[in-house]
Design a protein around this ligand. Structure first.
Ligand code: NAD
Length: 481
């Protein structure tokens, strides 16, 4: 997975390419994330306020809606993103959609895994000046609101408060309510707050939030007067220890991380985690799809350890995070998020044929799919089309070939885009003729799911070709690259 291109995930899906999905744009030279980090460290006044933080009114925010002067509010905090526009991987136009206004929802749709506080900390202008609604206002509002299930705070005086407060580290909170959502914002004096220091519980109609800061622990109780669905922003990260590292190919490693004591989690098929590291004081986060230790795990062994996570990581020499990952020594730690992703196990229910199209490290989500499918006796056919540049780039080729010999339901075809002259197999990249050739002669009555993963352009082209060949949306799952 490329760490030079923070394109993944697609809107609302973290993984899935869908119509209208986020497009990655070609940035001008010198506009990489590393260049942005350098610029933020250069001492340039990114806000035009020389480090002063101000309270911003809605009217003031709205004035800064041009490419040459662009402010945006995310979760109550206002950033001057003018300098960042050219560095935004999704392009200036996408970012301009939030110009002069509240970009929180836009941000959550596309970037919820990005730590914008860290990325934009030098761009912080201040917080919104608008006062939170009072409790009585909230109650008055309820009668006029369309979705009462989502309305919450009550007026019994139990709105809560910080149980302990220091003059040196004052915290305050406020909340905003729209027709569908309510957002509780807790302000600290820290520009960046680590998610590890926040604990949120929603139980018995009480939202309890604990913020740990320095030697203090602040607890906020909010009594809710209606049921809500929680959507806590941000991912929980835990420090995992590198247990082993082996070469899969000339540039790809298989890393086994151990979860911290007391932590047990399993990562389902199609889910990914994020690795996070601080690079020059900026949080860099990249998604990886965990794999299994080997392609075919014995059916007696469920293969899904609750205490270890296996990652197959391609090292990009000019990447930001992967050279750092490559330098990790056994016993070193890195932050790994909880898993997420929108591939549902139910998509495999009743499926008797899987067609897998993988390009490069786009192979990683296929590993658990292969393992899962071949354990089901009623499963009939599993075909992998594996696109790589050269033979040396093919990941786990020996294992794939052995599996094809061992289980007749499984076939694999390698397609190389930059083969050596002596290569006898298929050549080229994804194209219509290849897809249709692949489907010719299919007579069996099979219920098929097609899964695609690779670089964005590869995935988009493959989806397009198979749709033209008659596959519908339910029959295609595209992981975004
Ligand atoms: P790569 O550059 O080595 O390319 C592998 C093959 O992909 C090429 O041989 C070619 O056939 C095809 N390809 C590459 N660029 C293409 C293009 N523009 N159009 C059509 N086909 C193209 O691949 P890599 O460096 O291993 O990158 C793999 C990609 O898969 C990354 O972008 C990564 O983010 C993505 N990925 C996504 C997930 C996920 O879960 N969503 C998981 C792993 C990898």
């Amino acid at each position: 997975m490329s760490d030079a291109t923070p394109q993944f995930p697609a809107p609302r899906s973290q993984q899935r390419v869908s119509a209208g999905g986020r497009k990655k744009v070609q940035l001008k030279p010198g506009r990489s994330l590393m260049d942005w980090i350098r610029l933020t460290k250069s001492g340039k006044d990114m806000t035009g306020l020389h480090g002063r933080l101000i309270a911003v009114t809605e009217e003031e925010l709205a004035k800064h809606n041009k490419k040459t002067d662009c402010w945006m509010c995310i979760r109550g905090m206002v950033y001057n993103v003018t300098s960042y526009l050219e560095y935004h991987p999704g392009g200036e136009e996408e970012l301009m959609r939030g110009a002069g206004g509240d970009g929180t929802e836009l941000f959550d749709q596309i970037h919820s895994w990005v730590n914008y506080e860290s990325m934009l900390k030098e761009c912080l202008v201040g917080r919104m000046a608008s006062r939170p609604k009072t409790v009585s206002e909230a109650i008055e509002n309820q009668s006029g609101l369309k979705a009462p299930k989502q309305k919450l705070l009550n007026g019994t005086g139990n709105l809560g408060g910080f149980e302990k407060q220091s003059k040196n580290v004052p915290l305050r909170h406020e909340w905003f309510q729209t027709e569908d959502t309510i957002t509780v914002v807790i302000y600290t004096k820290q520009k960046v707050i680590n998610l590890d220091s926040i604990i949120v519980d929603l139980e018995g109609g009480v939202l309890r939030t604990e913020v740990r800061q320095q030697e203090y622990s602040y607890i906020l109780h909010l009594e809710l007067c209606h049921e809500v669905q929680e959507a806590i922003s941000g991912l929980f990260y835990r420090k995992c220890t590198l247990l082993s590292k082996t070469d899969v190919s000339h540039d790809t490693r298989l890393l086994c991380f151990q979860l911290p004591p007391g932590c047990y989690l399993t990562i389902s098929i199609g889910q990914h985690v994020y690795l996070k590291s601080n690079i020059q004081d900026v949080e860099v986060v990249r998604p990886y799809t965990p794999v299994l230790p080997t392609l075919y795990v014995d059916p007696k062994d469920n293969g899904l350890s609750c205490t270890n996570i296996y990652l197959m990581v391609k090292i990009y020499p000019d990447g930001l995070l992967t050279p750092l990952i490559d330098r990790l020594q056994i016993g070193d730690c890195i932050s790994v998020s909880s898993p997420e992703g929108n591939f549902k196990q139910s998509q495999l229910e009743g499926i008797t044929e899987l067609i897998l199209l993988a390009a490069g490290t786009g192979f990683t989500p296929m590993i658990k799919l292969i393992n899962f499918a071949l354990k089901i006796p009623s499963f009939r056919k599993l075909q992998l089309l594996f696109f790589n540049k050269t033979e040396e780039d093919i990941l786990w080729r020996d294992q794939l070939d052995q599996l094809a010999l061992k289980d007749k339901r499984f076939t694999v075809e390698y397609i190389l885009s930059e083969p050596h002259p002596e290569w006898r197999g298929k050549r080229g990249k994804i194209e219509m003729s290849l897809c249709s050739e692949f489907l010719t002669g299919r007579t069996e009555e099979l219920k098929t799911l097609l899964c695609i993963c690779g670089p964005t352009s590869f995935t988009e082209q493959a989806v397009g070709f198979f749709k033209q060949l008659g596959f519908n949306n339910e029959e295609i799952h595209a992981f975004s690259g």
